[in-house]
Design a protein around this ligand. Structure first.
Ligand SMILES: [Zn+2]
Length: 280
């Protein structure tokens, strides 16, 4: 090879190297640019992702707030419902009466219904609290189905009737009448939710009722209809009255039966808890 050839070859190599160098430079520049764009996109994506996350968190919070609000509304409307229901139930109906706390002489139950003649011993008109009557009717029908001889001798008694009765007792029994018949106005009969039972066999009499199948049946079943014995044996209030039962609602009567407790032994505050479900 001649010098010229070498020179040409070297020249060509130089050109090629320069070309390659430029190409590499160009490539590297583009790559750097691409990296930068990618980094920018990455950053933008991160911002968007963050924004999305914030949005979705905000949405979730909003949903939770809505749910909480809905729950609040539900609970408020249920409270309002309970209060409305409670406002329609006469608190006297679950009141304990004693010689120091008694029913006002002017008290009259909100609504009374006449007890059908078929359930009553004599020809007298007897009345019972309208809302409690269906429970008493169910009790009487179930007892009859069980073949029990049972009849009603006394339901609602006004203050005046009670006073006349009491005076009658006083003539017969003197001061002992205080433990025999509730004093006027103390009487649960004035509420319209107390009932005196007897049997045909007893001829409508009260004495000896505790020896009847009817009494045994009531002791076993009356609570299912919301009735309890007000004055059980050895109570601290009045003489034992096996014939006298008071409607206190199924839930309270059930709980008393389960716990083997008596209505008059409970605190008034505990009894009041049952007012809402009195007629349930
Ligand atoms: Zn009675």
């Amino acid at each position: 090879m001649t010098k010229t050839t070498y020179a040409l070859l070297a020249g060509a190599l130089l050109v090629a190297a320069a070309g390659a160098g430029y190409q590499w430079y160009d490539h590297a520049t583009k790559l750097t640019h691409a990296h930068a764009v990618l980094a920018e996109l990455g950053a933008a994506l991160e911002v968007k992702t963050h924004e999305n996350k914030e949005l979705s968190e905000a949405l979730q919070n909003e949903q939770q707030r809505n749910d909480a609000f809905e729950e609040q509304i539900d609970s408020i409307s249920s409270e309002v419902g309970d209060l409305t229901k409670l406002s329609q139930i006469d608190p006297e109906l679950l009141q304990k009466y004693s010689k120091v706390y008694f029913l006002n002489e002017n008290y009259i139950p909100s609504e009374l219904t006449q007890i059908p003649q078929e359930f009553i011993h004599d020809d007298d008109d007897e009345f019972f609290h309208k809302n409690a009557w269906r429970f008493l009717r169910d009790l009487m029908e179930e007892a009859a189905e069980d073949g029990i001889d049972i009849t009603i001798v006394s339901g609602y008694r006004s203050f005046d009737t009670q006073r006349i009765l009491k005076n009658g007792y006083q003539v017969t029994y003197g001061s002992g009448a205080n433990t025999f018949s509730a004093d006027q106005g103390y009487s649960e009969h004035q509420l319209g939710t107390a009932i005196d039972f007897s049997t045909k066999t007893l001829g409508g009499g009260l004495a000896g009722f505790d020896t009847t199948a009817a009494y045994a049946w009531l002791t076993e079943n009356a609570h299912e209809y919301g009735f309890v014995l007000s004055y059980p044996p050895d109570n601290a209030y009045y003489q034992y009255e096996p014939w006298h039962w008071r409607f206190v609602g199924q839930k309270l009567a059930d709980d008393l039966q389960d716990d083997d407790k008596r209505f008059y032994d409970l605190d008034q505050r505990d009894i009041n808890e049952y007012l809402l479900t009195l007629f349930d």
